[in-house]
Design a protein around this ligand. Structure first.
Ligand SMILES: [Zn+2]
Length: 310
């Protein structure tokens, strides 16, 4: 139910996993209030600003961030989606792919670049200017709301949610529609920040990805629970991936409540360049070993789950 608080309209939510209305205060950061569901343990923002629920924020205010040269250079670099592509191609070697929350289309563009003519693609997002960019790169897009669009008989071999579920006020509606649109045996790929990562354990609320735009904060247990609510899905893989020690170092020393977008973009660009620098190969080898160790301990930055449509 929307409610005007000061000049900002806020929306109250029930638990996005189990619909329970009750939640205990867990953490506050500026205007962000995270509660923990008293039934399933899910952490979620409540109340949240209406502009994040309607998508207005992504369609208008976030445009300078998504379309900045630094962000585009990083998203469109060959290393940006390397892990996601490896995982994706393991389970989905060909077929129709739908990328939900595709932003500027970088994942689909990279997939197309690796495997010309193996996949047919479609991206969708609430951010119109980001879709314009995706289209200019040759990525076909759907501009209508994903939840409202009638796909008729169209079905997909794979549906991806890369860093999307944490932004959605009603993630279960999206998962239910994804289940409906997948062919039997098709796969759904979900990546979200890991609330039990080493970074969160060390930084607590100082971690930059505990931010106003993120409405849902998953652990391995709550991510498993939310996909289990969809009876057509069965889990085939769950792991933690990605690790950026510079984020830990910077956020530990930061005095600001929110890391400015410009600083986030700068770090993305520097990290991407470092990953491609041939002289940094020995350091990368060490870093990969560390990331693998953290992954095995479920302490890496992101949770990735792969589910199969029965
Ligand atoms: Zn719950």
């Amino acid at each position: 139910m929307p409610e005007a608080i000061g000049h900002i309209t806020k929306v109250w939510r029930a638990c996005p996993v189990c619909d329970t209305e009750r939640g205990e205060p867990h953490l506050g950061k500026g205007g962000l209030h995270i509660v923990q569901c008293s039934r399933c343990g899910m952490l979620f923002a409540n109340p949240v600003e209406a502009r994040y629920v309607t998508g207005e924020f992504y369609d208008q205010l976030a445009t300078p961030f998504y379309l900045s040269p630094d962000k585009l250079e990083s998203d469109y670099s060959p290393v940006r989606f390397a892990r996601e592509l490896r995982l994706f191609r393991n389970y989905c070697p060909s077929g129709a792919v739908l990328d939900i929350g595709c932003s500027t289309g970088a994942f689909l563009h990279a997939l197309q670049g690796q495997c010309l003519n193996t996949y047919s693609m479609l991206g969708t997002d609430v951010a119109g200017p980001a879709l314009d960019y995706a289209e200019r790169q040759g990525v076909p897009v759907l501009r209508e709301s994903f939840l409202e669009h009638d796909f008729e008989a169209r079905r997909f071999r794979a549906i991806t949610f890369w860093a999307v579920l944490e932004h959605l006020a009603n993630p279960r509606c999206f998962l239910a529609k994804a289940a409906e649109l997948l062919e039997p045996g098709g796969h759904c790929f979900i990546l979200v920040p890991n609330m039990e990562s080493l970074a969160v354990r060390l930084l607590g609320k100082r971690y930059r990805y505990i931010m106003d735009e993120h409405l849902n904060y998953f652990t391995a247990a709550t991510l498993k629970q939310i996909v289990a609510r969809e009876p057509a899905f069965e889990i085939v893989a769950l792991k933690t991936t990605h690790f950026n020690p510079v984020v830990i170092w910077q956020d530990r020393h930061s005095t600001m409540e929110r890391v400015p977008d410009a600083a986030r973009m700068q770090l993305l660009k520097r990290t991407t360049r470092w990953k491609q620098n041939p002289f940094a190969a020995p350091a990368r080898w060490l870093y990969s070993g560390m990331e693998r160790c953290l992954g095995q301990l479920f302490l890496a930055d992101n949770l990735t789950i792969v589910v199969r449509r029965k």
